[in-house]
Structure formats: structure tokens, C-alpha cells
Design a protein around this ligand. Structure first.
Ligand code: N2P
Length: 393
């Protein structure tokens, strides 16, 4: 079942051009006032039993939505994206129709500044007491006082690889624990034929290349960015595709051999490969996840409610439901992502809890850095760089 799940969606995703720059400058007070009035009117009227959720793909347990609907009688319209830019484009355009969205904290930080979120009514979120105060504090660096958001899941961006194919291409000493596996043309050229995939996530990929180059991963210097571009363009001919979710199935079925991807997604790929082998009574393809020794991005994905959400009451009910220990634990168990819910930990499977790819050990944690919010000016440069890289020019 898992193999089929969401697979068809992969082709539907597109990366949107950043509209943040345009949207930031448009302080339309009249519109804000109208939105506020509409929000108040909506709050006064009883809400229809519906909640519109927009979340990342491959990011929820199979039965979470059905269980929520059964318990609350609220119908969930569940849509998915696979990149922060796609979500941001919708949010900044306004009237997205969504009640709950799940941006990464660095993106949420700048979105909060443009006024796209409403403050949470914490009296409607009693399950907040289940959350890990340390992780919520980290998140508060992006959303001061945790006023607009609650951590959904967190993870890292690293390297997923097919053990056998990489060993075949590069020998037993392949640097699978280093960004050089991807960003050094000496290795990338040899992996080209078995297939390299990169996330379509400009800020994260650029951070990882900066790390590879020994620079500050959050540098916003145009000179550093130029060096990153040079590095990326050198390996561009060796990269088969740039996409943020297709690699899950492709790694699992041997279509590609290396992917820069998200921790839990690569571990889901590993699980899918094992399940497929079981079904076909074949030898499983061994998929591994590595956090490169140079370090990588740690990110936090946040549940928030857009200011113009049509069902803010139901949005609170949904967020509170996700924070139930058994609900969050079931999600972590299914998607292989770490959560920030202390009360759920006793219910998280040992295999997940003790997987260093999910909950990194202290020595790995020490090498993780946050993806910080970027200025509008840098975002503009970044997007131009990314377009040139994507098109290979
Ligand atoms: C889920 C990917 C979520 C991680 N498929 C990106 N922050």
C-alpha cells in the first residue's frame, strides 16, 4: 500500500517563483481592514464542520485524518505540497482557503512579518502542555513567544543512497558521509549513470554547498553565493533531476542511487524498498541515510493558521488533536520524522526513537545548523541563481 501512496502526486508539484519580494512591499491597509472584518464575522457565525489542511506530502500517518474525522465530526480537505516556496506563493497571494498550513520555521518567520498568520488562541490548545519546552524555545527564535505556531515535526536534510549501487560506482571507500559525494565532480560524474537527485529547495541546497565549501551555511554574501553557483554548475550535468518528493519512490525502486533529501523521506524510501522486497520475495535494495560529516540543516515545520482562514475554530481543534501523544506518535512512527511532543515519546516505536537518522545522537546534533530567514535582497539573488542552476545555464 505504502508504495502506491501519494506516488502519483509527485509529478504535480511545481516550484513557484518567490513572490515574497513583491508581496512584502504591498502594505495594503484597506485590505487588512476588510480581512479583519471578515474574520470577525466568520468567528461570530457557527463554523461549518470542515477544516482545510495544507501539509507537506508523505508527512502524516495513513489513518490520522480518518481518526480525526471520526472523533470530531469535522471533515478534512487535505492538500499537499513539497516545497516551502509553493506554500509561500499561496499564502502571500491571500485567500488561500486553508485553515492549517505547515511551513518550515525559517519561512514562517518572514511570513509572520508580512501578517499572513493569526495568533493562536492558546486557551483552545490544552495539549500544548505535551510539547517539549526546549524545542518550542528553539522555534520561538522564529516565532517569538510561539504566538502563531506549534512544532509539527522536525528533521534534517542529508544524503540518501543505494548502498550497493554507490559501492559499485565508487568502490567501498565512497565518501557517503560527505557533501563531496554530490558536490565534487570527481564523484558526481561516476554517479551520473545510476542517478543523482537534488531537492528543489534553493535555500537548503545552497546552505549545504556553503558547508561543503567550509563557509557559513547562512552566509548571505553575493560572493559566497557566486562560488556556490560555480560549484553547483560544475555538477549540474551529473544531476538527473531536481525535485522534492519524487526521489522517495525512485530511490526505493533503484531508479536513482543518490538523493539529497529529507531525513524521514529517505527513511520512508528505505522502508518502501524493504516492503517491496518482502512482497516480491526478492533481495531488498539497501537504502541508507547519512548526515554529512561537514554538518547540515536542522529544520522545524510549524503548524499555523492563516489570518484569513475560513474555519479558525476547527483549525484549533485540528492542531490540538495532532498534539495528542498517541496521534503524534503514530505520525512519527509512520513517516520517520522526529516530533516535539515529549508526552508522545513513550509511544514512539523503539525502531524510530533509536534510529540516529530520526533522532540524531549528540555528536551529530552538534553539527546541525538552523536555516535562518533570509533578507528580501538575498532571496532575489538566490532565486536567480537557482533558476540558472535548474535550467543548467
Ligand atoms: C515531508 C518533508 C518535510 C520536510 N515529506 C521538509 N521540511
Amino acid at each position: 500500500m505504502r508504495l502506491m501512496r501519494q506516488g502519483l502526486l509527485a509529478g504535480l508539484f511545481t516550484t513557484a517563483a518567490a513572490v515574497l519580494v513583491a508581496a512584502c512591499g504591498q502594505g495594503d491597509k484597506g485590505k487588512e481592514g476588510a480581512d479583519g472584518a471578515a474574520q470577525k464575522a466568520a468567528q461570530a457565525a457557527p463554523e461549518e464542520k470542515v477544516v482545510n489542511v495544507y501539509n507537506w506530502s508523505d508527512y502524516i500517518a495513513e489513518d490520522t485524518i480518518a481518526n480525526f474525522e471520526k472523533e470530531t465530526g469535522i471533515k478534512v480537505n487535505y492538500d499537499m505540497y513539497d516545497g516551502n516556496e509553493t506554500l509561500e506563493t499561496k499564502l502571500l497571494a491571500g485567500s488561500s482557503g486553508y485553515d492549517v498550513v505547515v511551513p518550515s520555521a525559517s519561512f514562517m518567520e518572514r511570513q509572520i512579518k508580512t501578517g499572513v498568520y493569526q495568533k493562536l488562541d492558546k486557551s483552545k490548545l490544552p495539549n500544548l502542555t505535551n510539547m517539549d519546552p526546549e524545542i518550542m524555545q528553539r522555534a520561538a527564535l522564529h516565532d517569538p513567544g510561539n504566538e502563531h505556531s506549534v512544532v509539527y515535526m522536525w528533521g534534517t536534510t542529508g544524503i540518501g543512497y543505494n548502498e550497493e549501487k554507490v559501492a559499485k560506482a565508487l568502490g567501498k571507500d565512497a565518501p557517503v558521509d560527505s557533501w563531496s559525494l554530490i558536490y565534487d565532480p570527481k564523484y558526481a560524474a561516476k554517479l551520473k549513470s545510476c542517478g543523482i537527485a537534488l531537492l528543489d529547495s534553493p535555500s537548503e541546497i545552497v546552505s549545504t554547498v556553503l558547508t561543503y565549501l567550509g563557509k557559513d551555511p547562512n552566509s548571505q554574501s553575493p560572493e559566497d553565493l557566486a562560488q556556490v553557483e560555480e560549484t553547483l554548475l560544475k555538477v549540474r550535468p551529473d544531476v538527473r533531476y531536481i525535485h522534492s518528493s519524487q526521489y522517495i519512490n525512485d530511490l526505493a525502486n533503484g531508479e536513482i542511487c543518490v538523493a539529497v533529501g529529507y531525513s524521514g523521506d529517505i527513511l520512508q524510501s528505505r522502508d518502501r524498498a524493504e516492503e517491496a522486497a518482502e512482497q516480491n520475495k526478492a533481495k531488498p535494495i539497501s537504502i541508507k541515510y547519512a548526515v554529512p560529516k561537514e554538518g547540515t540543516v536542522i529544520w522545524f515545520d510549524m503548524m499555523g493558521i492563516p489570518k484569513d482562514a475560513p474555519h479558525p475554530g476547527n483549525a484549533h481543534i485540528y492542531i490540538n488533536y495532532i498534539m495528542k501523544p498517541e496521534v503524534t506518535a503514530a505520525i512519527s512512527n509512520y513517516v520517520n520524522y522526529a516530533n516535539a511532543n515529549s508526552a508522545s515519546l513513550p509511544l514512539v516505536d523503539d525502531g524510530v526513537k533509536n534510529d540516529p537518522g530520526v533522532y540524531p545522537p549528540p555528536e551529530v546534533k552538534a553539527k546541525l545548523f538552523p536555516d535562518l530567514s533570509e533578507t528580501q535582497e538575498f532571496t532575489r539573488l538566490l532565486n536567480r541563481t537557482w533558476t540558472r542552476f535548474r535550467t543548467g545555464q
